[in-house]
Design a protein around this ligand. Structure first.
Ligand code: ADP
Ligand code: X2W
Length: 260
């Protein structure tokens, strides 16, 4: 089987119906020649739904502190609202889309990351304890899995996994080609210019200088880790330009290449 393409999309995409349609149109076209899977976030949706319930939310080093009493709302926002909205868009685009989470069939093995963060999940980075069977079955039969970052621990607890970290675990499990799509053109330098290529040393420097912060710092670490273990670069680009996706997959200069 050709290596699948794993596209990670960030939450802000869910608020942009035109961009969603354009992206899924491209994915349907790519799916003609190679399998596609989508892993998604939905931080914006989580924030809106927590606020609507009168709940406060905070992040620490780019990760959402997840008290147990917020887990039902967060699960609903990610595995429910966000996942099913993307599913609907995928189906409309002609894909045989299926909406899942990383906990289905214990695809990704996750455990509590740090009790101070509450129900935040940590995935084994190399995917060694996951189970790729379900996704291989679906992808082999021409389905397009659309997967949220809600995990289930071995003890049966629902966990909130950062979607970039979930993407990292999945791409390692499936040896997939990972593309991280966000609301920016790629990783930007101190002048707001796109960085074409970045390695660990350059990333560490930009994080230390406060140029790479918040969610982008988590994303870059996930991409560096995947690039290192898979032995190939990982692209960080924008979902605002889906027309560039095929060029990106063909190795063109689109977004930032994160080198291992
Ligand atoms: N150096 C940087 N280059 C680009 N974006 C950055 C940088 N540092 C911080 N960011 C922020 O990271 C955001 C993308 O990360 P995140 O919010 O987690 O996105 P997503 O939801 O797409 O995963 C950008 O919208 C931007 O505000
Ligand atoms: C632990 C943690 O931070 N979970 C994230 C999961 C969603 C996510 O990562 O969404 P984006 O890709 O849109 O940022 C959260 O609750 O926001």
């Amino acid at each position: 089987m050709t290596a699948p393409v794993l596209i990670k999309v960030g939450g802000a995409l869910l608020e942009n119906a035109a961009a969603l349609d354009a992206l899924f149109g491209q994915l349907a076209s790519i799916q003609q020649s190679r399998p596609v899977m989508v892993i998604h976030g939905g931080g914006v949706v989580v924030e809106k739904q927590l606020a609507a319930m009168g709940m406060k939310s905070e992040k620490k080093n780019g990760l959402r502190i997840t008290p147990p009493d917020q887990m039902a709302v967060i699960t609903g926002a990610l595995a429910g609202t966000s996942n099913k909205q993307l599913l609907a868009c995928g189906l409309k685009s002609g894909l045989k889309a299926v909406g899942l989470c990383i906990g289905d069939a214990f695809t990704v093995d996750a455990q509590i990351m740090d009790p101070e963060l509450g129900c935040v999940g940590y995935c084994k980075e190399d995917g060694s304890e996951g189970d790729a069977d379900l996704l291989k079955l679906l992808v082999g039969a021409g389905y397009t899995p659309i997967i949220s970052s809600i995990a289930v621990s071995k003890e049966g607890q629902l966990l909130n996994v950062n979607a970039d970290q979930a993407a990292l675990a999945l791409c390692q499990l499936l040896n997939a080609e990972l593309v991280l799509l966000s609301d920016v053109d790629g990783i930007l330098d101190g002048q707001g210019q796109l960085i074409a290529e970045i390695d660990q040393a350059k990333a560490d420097q930009l994080v230390a200088d406060g140029v790479i912060t918040d969610g982008m710092a988590v994303k870059v670490q996930a991409a560096l880790s995947a690039a290192r273990t898979l032995g190939r670069s990982i692209a960080v680009a924008s979902w605002r330009h889906p027309e560039k996706l095929e060029d990106l997959l063909a190795g063109g200069a689109v977004g930032t290449r994160v080198l291992g």
